[in-house]
Design a protein around this ligand. Structure first.
Ligand code: ATP
Length: 315
């Protein structure tokens, strides 16, 4: 029988993940599924749990599958993947039940948003499916990190940073109104984010943009909880997609935001799009960064992106 090593972040989705876990647990017990479950206690714990599990992992001698099942938001899934890759031994198949606020990876990978439907699909899966991870190598830090969604420098990253530091975030999360934190951070950042210069090396071209505003490299179409910023991106395709939006007046930026909903923003003046399995970015002003919705702080960025396939337990 298959065995599931489960990592749950009950605080994901403004605490909604706790109820999701209760209903999943009940269903697993009823179906007599073999599992052991671990609740995360702090930021970074999901990564430690999976790293420790992966270090001591022994492939089953029988035909049984051993699967890591992650229940939480995009941040929890990111931590788990990085934990497994840090252990550097086996790419253990990862199943995922979305229980966060944004759940962009589930949307991009076609995982059902209804937790019990997602669970049913996991239990009916018989072999892993390869999807891509984004790989971010920070050349100045000699550091490699893996992302499931996107890495942003500039506008989106500043929103993440301001929302995370917001004093009202805890209260709004308690009231299950966490997305209001992001809305108010977004409105504040529209005027605060200054233009910055970036050099891009991709597909043998070298491009320079003096007035970048948003710089997002993505593994699938969605960011910010379902906004199809890069509609052509596909985690089953051996490429990442990069969008650069240049700074403009607020009216033009709001117009672009409306166009994003129909995917027509890509061809607009001041919007640049690249697809490749290797992208290099160089930003030498101090800018905010975010990876899968987690704040990277402010720094200069010298990044090389690539892709790597990973076995996900889904069909
Ligand atoms: N027990 C815990 N208490 C508080 N925070 C935790 C705990 N366990 C993990 N965390 C942190 O919770 C944060 C939010 O998790 P996650 O990103 O999975 O959910 P989310 O933000 O609601 O969803 P999404 O990223 O899909 O919008 C992460 O930074 C994670 O490290």
């Amino acid at each position: 029988m298959d065995h599931y090593y489960i990592v749950v972040n009950e605080s994901a989705g403004s605490g909604h993940a706790k109820q999701i876990w209760q209903s999943i647990k009940k269903s697993l017990i009823t179906k007599e599924v073999h599992f052991d479950a671990h609740l995360t206690k702090y930021m970074g714990h999901a990564s430690l749990l999976t790293e420790n599990y992966a270090r001591h992992f022994q492939p089953s001698k029988t035909a049984d599958n051993q699967i890591i099942l992650v229940i939480g938001g995009d941040g929890t899934l990111n931590e788990c993947i990085n934990g497994i890759k840090n252990a550097g031994k086996f790419d253990i198949p990862v199943a995922y039940i979305p229980a966060g606020s944004g759940n962009d990876f589930a949307r991009g990978a076609g995982i059902p948003k209804e937790p019990l439907v997602a669970l049913e699909q996991i239990l009916n899966t018989t072999s892993p499916k390869l999807l891509n991870l984004g790989v971010m190598q920070e050349l100045s830090r000699n550091e490699k990190k893996y992302f499931i969604n996107n890495v942003g420098v500039g506008f989106d990253a500043q929103i993440v940073s301001i929302a995370n530091q917001s004093r009202s975030k805890k209260l709004l999360n308690k009231l299950h109104l966490g997305s209001l934190t992001y809305l108010s951070a977004l409105l504040g950042t529209l005027s605060k984010q200054a233009a910055f210069p970036v050099t891009v090396q991709v597909n043998g071209q070298r491009e320079f943009y003096q007035d970048a505003f948003l710089l997002t490299t993505s593994n699938h179409p969605y960011f910010g909880g379902g906004v199809p910023i890069l509609p052509m991106a596909d985690p089953a395709k051996n490429n990442l997609d990069l969008i650069i939006i240049e700074k403009s007046n607020i009216l033009k930026l709001l117009y672009l935001a409306i166009l994003i909903l129909s995917g027509k923003h890509i061809t607009q003046k001041g919007v640049h799009h690249f697809t490749s399995n290797k992208i290099k970015l160089s930003v030498d002003s101090l800018e905010y960064g975010q990876m899968d919705g987690e704040d990277l702080g402010t720094r200069f960025f010298e990044i090389e992106y690539s892709v790597l396939s990973y076995p996900f337990w889904l069909n």
